[in-house]
Design a protein around this ligand. Structure first.
Ligand code: F0G
Length: 464
């Protein structure tokens, strides 16, 4: 299998490669990002996506039960007996008419891909099962990540459930929600809180991993992104293999968008679908590097010859003004997205657009998603807030079919949700007011009543 699967620099003019088992995750020639590349002509590929429907009949096999590995012919980098699964990817793609109405889409046109149903409560488990599989092939015994919370929760749960590696987690101080921090601690990961934010932590974890030979599970690891391709395979499966017009996804480190475009590109190349959907990436307004560079500065993939000086200039200006990422959507509070070049390629491949939405819009969209029956964390709701903006701009038409990816579970960040709905000004201000939120549109306030039967009855009858 080794020569049929290798790592290849994403820069088409560089041509750098590395062995499948290499764990540097950087092109040795140019320092660029790697893809996992396959010699598809020599690998068994199904003739039709309908092939995967057969896997449902074989759910006692953990590999066919997994929402990642039942698609393993499309990420064939490891033999079956090396695959690590803890039952990830049992997720829903749910039609969401109430949310569609909020965004301006017609009924029946919006689907929410709910990744909160994963074992650790976020989409990260799709990639973590793939990274652990690769790590097992390489014989790693320790794994590390920097995280805004979900990657670390996922790493911690995979370490605990498999007992395969010790997890080491780098987080920025005060930058991670309690739900996520509690997961890292509960599942026994070594948790290192460094002074600084995610961007600082990511730089450090790469240095430390290199120095200590620790396996890195951040999304610079291209094997993680192979696992995340399956989110789109499950979307297609739920839509009866019809390609939607749009996929809308929050953008942080830009791993998902890169992975999704790779998935669709490969499906087209393999003749399994006939067209790719368009991609919309939604930044939070307080962490909008991709939006600024792509939409405002005109940065483009340009066949791999993207203008690095635009990126360097942008980062230099961030530093000069001491501007740090700042958003209530803490999962995507990232100013230096490590997959930026791959995401440029994704925009090129899937005719993409990027938008940035303010925190207030994110929180209102989150409340609407919750009222529609799916609980997500703030970063996830950026997708719906962004969709609403794109419909208002007429970039997306009310009759387009759209899938918004809800990346993480609502319980990841219940403090923000309670503050949003709180009738208590101090609770609101402590979490939201002091971060610039002035008012919210869809608060569902708890009703205060005395401990008195008739008062309780009156309170209920007057409202419901
Ligand atoms: N949504 C959630 C809930 C996330 O946790 C993240 C990233 C994203 C969206 C952005 O995805 O990086 O692929 O663009 N969280 C990382 C973490 C950074 O450390 O958990 P992306």
């Amino acid at each position: 299998m080794a020569d049929l699967v290798f790592q290849r620099c994403i820069n088409p003019t560089c041509g750098g490669t590395a062995d499948r088992a290499d764990t540097a995750f950087r092109c040795p020639r140019c320092g660029g990002l790697f893809d996992v590349a396959y010699d598809w002509n020599k690998l068994p590929v199904p003739k039709s996506l309908k092939h995967f429907e057969g896997k449902w009949a074989n759910r006692t096999n953990p590999l066919d039960f997994s929402g990642v590995w039942r698609f393993r012919e499309l990420l064939p980098f490891a033999p079956d007996d090396a695959i690590v699964s803890i039952g990830e990817g049992q997720t829903l793609c749910q039609r969401a008419d109430a949310v569609a109405a909020y965004t301006g889409l017609n009924a029946g046109r919006l689907f929410l891909q709910y990744e909160g149903m994963n074992p650790s409560g976020s989409f990260k488990d799709n990639g973590m099962s793939a990274a652990f599989t690769h790590a097992r092939v390489t014989g790693a015994t320790r794994a590390a990540c920097a995280s805004t919370g979900n990657t670390s929760a996922s790493l911690a749960i995979y370490c605990a459930a498999t007992q395969m590696m010790r997890g080491v987690i780098f987080i920025g101080s005060g930058k991670i929600s309690y739900g996520k921090l509690s997961q890292a601690l509960e599942h026994g990961a070594l948790t290192v809180q460094i002074e600084g934010d995610f961007d600082d932590a990511l730089r450090r974890v790469q240095e430390v991993s290199r120095q200590l030979g620790i396996y890195l599970v951040n999304s610079v690891n291209p094997f993680r992104l192979e696992g995340q391709k399956t989110i789109m395979f499950r979307v297609l499966e739920a839509l009866n293999w019809e390609v939607p017009d749009w996929i809308v996804v929050p953008g942080g480190n830009l791993g998902n968008v890169s992975s999704f475009a790779k998935a669709f590109g490969e499906l087209v190349d393999l003749g399994l679908i006939s067209r790719v959907p368009r991609l919309a990436v939604i930044n939070a307004g307080g962490a909008d590097t991709f939006y600024q560079l792509y939409e405002k500065n005109g940065l483009r993939w340009n066949g791999g010859q993207f203008d690095q000086s635009k990126i360097d200039g942008y980062y230099a200006a961030l530093d000069a003004n001491n501007r740090k990422a700042d958003t209530l959507a803490s999962a995507i509070e990232i100013n230096r997205p490590v997959n930026l070049p791959k995401a440029l390629r994704a925009m090129d491949r899937c005719n993409g657009v990027v938008r940035a939405v303010p925190d207030t819009d994110i929180l209102d969209a989150k409340a609407k998603i919750g009222a529609g029956g799916l609980g997500c964390e703030p970063a996830s709701a950026a997708s719906v807030a962004g969709l609403r903006q794109l419909v208002q701009e007429k970039v997306i038409s009310p009759s387009d079919s759209v899938v918004c990816v809800l990346t993480g579970h609502e319980l990841k960040d219940s403090d923000e949700t309670v503050a949003y709905h709180s009738a208590d000004k101090a609770t609101f201000d402590a979490k939201l007011g002091k971060r610039g939120v002035k008012q919210v549109a869809f608060a569902n306030r708890a009703v205060q009543v005395p401990n008195d039967l008739s008062a309780i009855v009156r309170a209920i009858e007057s409202r419901a």
